[in-house]
Design a protein around this ligand. Structure first.
Ligand code: PLP
Length: 396
C-alpha cells in the first residue's frame, strides 16, 4: 500500500480525533522510522516516549516472540512467571512494596486514584495535583490533569481534585484540608512543556506529606524507565514516593502500565476491588523484563547522561544563533526548546527534512530521543533542526 491509500482508509473509517502527521509508518529500527514510500526519518520523539530503547529492539522482539509461542494471555486470576519476575525486578530496583500491572499510563493513574481513595476511605479522598500537569485522558486522569483545555468538552468532571501552581510549596500547603489524602506530581512536566520540579520543592513536598499523613504520588509515566539519566527520576531527588507510576518506555514498545505502591499501603485493596483483564499479561510483562535487561546490559543510563548533556550543550549554542529560542529546559534525554512563537512551522520544516520531533503547549519543541541514540544521530538532528529554524522563521 501507499501512504495515500492508507490515509484514505483512515479518513473513511477512523474517528478523526488525532492531528496526523501525514506519514504512514511502515517499519522502525532504533532511532529510524521508514514510511511506505521508503523514506527514512530520524525519530527523535519515538512513540511519544514509548520508544525509549528505540524502535523494535531485537532483545525485546526475541523475548516477546518466545513468550508468544508459549502463552499470550491469561487473566490475573492465574500466576505466571513473567509477571512474577518483572515484579521482583521493579521492586528491587525501586523501593520496598508491591506492583499492580495494567496497560497504559492513564490506567495506572486511575489505579493510583483508587488506591489513594481506599487509603483515605471514607473521610479523605481529595488529591492535590499541579497546574499544567498531564495525567491522561480517561475521566479520572483527566480530572487530575491541571489543564482545562483537555477537559472542557467533557464536563462534569470527577470531583475531588485541587490544582495548584507547580513548584510552589506554599500553594500545596494552602490547599491541604481535612479531606486531602494525596499529592500527585510529575517530576518533569512533559506535555505541560518540560518544566522540571526543583529539588527543594520535592523535598519540601515529601516533608509536608509526612507531617500531614498524605500519600506522595510520582507520576513517572514519562520520566521513569531511564529517560532522565537514572532508572527512576525520583532517585535524583533523594525522595521516595508512596506510589510510583510508570508506563510509556518501560514496556519497550508494548502496552505496559505499572503502579508500585510502598509496603505500608500495598495490601489495602480488598480482593476484586480493582482489576484489569489485559494488564500485565505474559507478553507485556516479558517485554518489561526485556526492556530492563536492555537498559542494564547496554548501559543506557550512562548514555542518557552523556548524550543528554551533549544535546543540551549544543542546543544552548543553537539558542545563541536563533533569537526565537527563549530557553532550553530538561533533564537527561527529556528536552524542551521554549520558543517565543508557535513551534508547529519548525516541526513541519523538520518533517520535510526527515526529522521527527514534537511540539506541546504550542511553543515548546519536545525532543525525547531513544536512550540508545548516538552522537552522530544527535548531530544530524541538530543540523536539520537548525535548517528548519532558518526555513520556518527566516532567521539566521
Ligand atoms: C506524565 C503522564 N502521565 C500520564 C500519561 C497518560 O499515559 P497514556 O497516554 O499511556 O494513557 C502521560 C501521557 O503522555 C504522561 O505523560
Amino acid at each position: 500500500m501507499k501512504t495515500k491509500e492508507i490515509a484514505k482508509l483512515y479518513d473513511r473509517y477512523a474517528i478523526p480525533v488525532y492531528n496526523r502527521l501525514g506519514i504512514a509508518a511502515r517499519k522502525g529500527s532504533g532511532s529510524w522510522l521508514w514510511d511506505y514510500e521508503g523514506r527514512r526519518y530520524l525519530d527523535l520523539f519515538p512513540g511519544w516516549g514509548v520508544g525509549a530503547i528505540g524502535h523494535c529492539h531485537p532483545h525485546v522482539i526475541r523475548t516477546v516472540t518466545a513468550q508468544m509461542k508459549k502463552l499470550m494471555h491469561v487473566p490475573n486470576t492465574f500466576y505466571h512467571e513473567p509477571q512474577a519476575r518483572l515484579a521482583r525486578m521493579l521492586v528491587t530496583s525501586a523501593f520496598p512494596g508491591k506492583i499492580f500491572l495494567c496497560s497504559t499510563g492513564a490506567e495506572a493513574v486511575e489505579g493510583a486514584i483508587k488506591l489513594a481513595r481506599r487509603v483515605g476511605y471514607p473521610k479523605r479522598y481529595e488529591i492535590i495535583t499541579m497546574k499544567q500537569s498531564f495525567h491522561g485522558r480517561t475521566m479520572g486522569a483527566l480530572a487530575a490533569t491541571g489543564q482545562t483545555k483537555h477537559s472542557k468538552w467533557f464536563r462534569p468532571m470527577l470531583s475531588g481534585f485541587r490544582h495548584v501552581p507547580f513548584n510552589d510549596i506554599r500553594a500545596v500547603r494552602r490547599a491541604i484540608g481535612p479531606k486531602t489524602v494525596a499529592v500527585m506530581v510529575e517530576l518533569v512536566q512533559g506535555e505541560g512543556g518540560i518544566h522540571v520540579a526543583s529539588k527543594k520543592y520535592i523535598r519540601q513536598l515529601k516533608e509536608l506529606c509526612r507531617r500531614k499523613g498524605l500519600l506522595l504520588i510520582f507520576d513517572e509515566i514519562s520520566t521513569g524507565g531511564g529517560r532522565t539519566g537514572t532508572l527512576f527520576c525520583y532517585q535524583q531527588y533523594g525522595v521516595t514516593p508512596d506510589i510510583l507510576l510508570l508506563a510509556k518506555g518501560i514496556g519497550g514498545g508494548l502496552n505496559l502500565g505499572i503502579i508500585l505502591a510502598g509496603r505500608h499501603i500495598s495490601d489495602v485493596w480488598e480482593k476484586a476491588s480493582h482489576a484489569t483483564t489485559f494488564g500485565g499479561n505474559p507478553v507485556a510483562a516479558a517485554a518489561g523484563i526485556a526492556t530492563l535487561e536492555v537498559i542494564r546490559r547496554e548501559k543506557l543510563l550512562q548514555n542518557v547522561r552523556k548524550q543528554g548533556a551533549y544535546f543540551m550543550k549544543r542546543l544552548a549554542e543553537l539558542k545563541k544563533e536563533i533569537p526565537a529560542i527563549r530557553e532550553i529546559r530538561g533533564m537527561g534525554l527529556m528536552i524542551g526548546i521554549q520558543m517565543d512563537r508557535p513551534g508547529a512551522p519548525v516541526v513541519q520544516a523538520c518533517l520535510r527534512r526527515g526529522l521527527l520531533i514534537n511540539c506541546s503547549q504550542q511553543t515548546v519543541l519536545r525532543i525525547y530521543p531513544a536512550m540508545n541514540v548516538t552522537r552522530k544521530q544527535i548531530d544530524l538532528g541538530l543540523k536539520i533542526l537548525k535548517q528548519a529554524f532558518e526555513e520556518a522563521l527566516g532567521q539566521k
